[in-house]
Structures are given as structure tokens and as C-alpha cells.
Ligand binder design. Structure first.
Ligand SMILES: [Zn+2]
Length: 254
């Protein structure tokens, strides 16, 4: 699809008139009309505003001229899994697991490989193949090439360590100790917990990235502890296979 058609479809799908869209991105109605006629394409700054407004990548607005890959983990990117800057705009360099709300979530290549390998194993790689493939591929991606410059000097890692100590300090009965926290997107871990009155509630925001992990019970096969946390809170729950029968164990404000 061409930019003119893409812009027309995004505008009408969002119920905006040409005037209304023009006002939102600080151009004239005539400019919008010219984009939709294919006479011009929006300038770079305007593309950024359109991208944020419609929650689609600039690459999509330009008719997807080249495929996007996360420059940290190598995963192909579509608009639904692109990471966001802290102002809510999309960062087309990264997926939302590697870059969440303006923060890089991996400081160490081995941590990333440990997270990716089990997923790749499901896709038919052996563990050694997956590990060797990642070790070869990751150093060629921008994030790892520019790691020294992009790194926050271990600040995020230090925060994760503090969280892990806090979580383990809660001494939840039966829960194995937390050793690692990874970035998780809300929609994947936003379980519905039953209240005593029978109503069900969710505590997380589907769109937000959290830190968390799953710990398998050492005594009860298939029974898991789920941990989700961020700067503001720690949530601990239990569930059976595939997230069945979730129960909230603790929700603690930090
Ligand atoms: Zn990634």
C-alpha cells in the first residue's frame, strides 16, 4: 500500500476529518489533502507525530519499504510489538521486550540468550543450535554494537537486583527463590483473579511492560508461582498449567 492510501485509511478509521487531523499534527487541511492525493508525503517531523497519533511505525506510514528487526534480539517487528519511548512514541529499532517505556531491558547478552533459547527450542532448534545461532547473530545488531554508549552503566540491572532481594525477602511459603527478572508485556501476564464475592479482577495494564518471572513449584508438578513487579508494586500469584485457576497471593506497594 502507498502512503496516500495508508494515511487516508488511518484517518477515516479513526473517525477524523481532514481538518481534525490537520489540527492534531499542526499542518493545514490542504496539506492533508495533498498527502491523500499522493502529491506530497508528510515531512519527517510530521511523520513522527502521525506515528504517535495512530500508534503505527513510520515504516508502515511509508508503505513498509523495508522489514524491521529488533536491534537487540533480532526478532522481526510489526507495529504491535514495537517498543515505546517514555513519551509513548514508537522506537522502531526495538521490540517491546527489549525496550520498554524508554528503558533497555537487557544489559547482558547472555541474559537475553537465556530468555530466547527456550522459545527457539519450541520452534525446532536444539538448545545448542539456538545458543550458537544467537551468539553469532546478536553481536551484529546495533544495540550490541553500540552497547557501551547505550548502556545505563548497570543502573537497570541494579534496580532488578534490588527488586529480587525484596521479593525473596517476602518469604512466600513454597515459592522457590527468584534469581532473574525479565521484561514482560502486561497482556501476557494480566491474569484475572477471583475475589471472595465471586467477581474477577485484573491488576495490570495490557500495554505496559513489567518485570517478572515464573517459578515452578519444587514439590507440585505443573503448579507455578508468578511474579510481576515494577517500581511501584510487587504482585505474586499461583496458577496451574497454562495459567489455569490463578490465585493472588500478594499485592504489595513499594
Ligand atoms: Zn527485541
Amino acid at each position: 500500500m502507498e502512503t496516500k492510501q495508508i494515511l487516508y485509511e488511518l484517518r477515516t478509521k479513526n473517525g477524523l476529518s481532514q481538518d481534525e487531523l490537520a489540527e492534531k499534527v499542526f499542518v493545514t487541511r490542504q496539506a492533508v489533502s495533498r498527502w491523500e492525493n499522493g502529491e506530497t508525503v508528510p515531512a519527517t517531523e510530521t511523520l513522527k507525530l502521525l506515528s504517535k497519533l495512530f500508534n503505527v511505525s513510520i515504516n508502515t506510514l511509508l508503505g513498509s519499504p523495508h522489514p524491521l528487526y529488533c536491534q537487540c534480539c533480532g526478532m522481526p517487528l510489526d507495529d504491535s510489538i514495537i517498543g515505546k519511548n517514555d513519551d509513548g512514541s514508537l522506537n522502531e529499532e526495538y521490540c517491546k521486550w527489549c525496550y520498554a517505556d524508554g528503558t533497555y531491558t537487557y544489559d547482558n547478552m547472555d541474559d537475553l540468550i537465556d530468555v530466547c533459547v527456550p522459545h527457539m527450542a519450541k520452534e525446532g532448534f536444539s538448545e545448542e543450535e539456538a545458543r550458537a545461532y544467537m551468539k553469532e547473530k546478536l553481536p551484529h545488531l546495533n544495540y550490541w554494537k553500540r552497547h557501551d554508549e547505550l548502556s545505563d552503566q548497570g543502573k537497570f540491572d541494579a534496580f532488578k537486583k534490588t527488586l529480587i532481594e525484596e521479593i525473596n525477602g517476602l518469604h512466600i511459603e513454597g515459592m522457590p527463590p527468584v534469581t532473574k527478572l525479565s521484561a514482560l508485556v502486561g497482556s501476557y501476564v494480566n491474569l484475572e483473579y477471583p475475589l471472595p464475592n465471586g467477581a474477577k479482577v485484573k491488576f495490570l495494564n495490557d500495554e505496559t511492560a513489567y518485570l517478572g518471572t515464573q517459578l515452578e513449584s519444587e514439590t507440585d508438578t505443573g503448579f507455578c508461582y508468578g511474579v510481576v513487579a515494577n517500581v511501584d508494586f510487587i504482585l505474586i500469584c499461583t496458577y496451574g498449567k497454562g495459567g489455569s485457576d490463578p490465585k493472588l497471593v500478594m499485592y504489595k506497594k513499594r
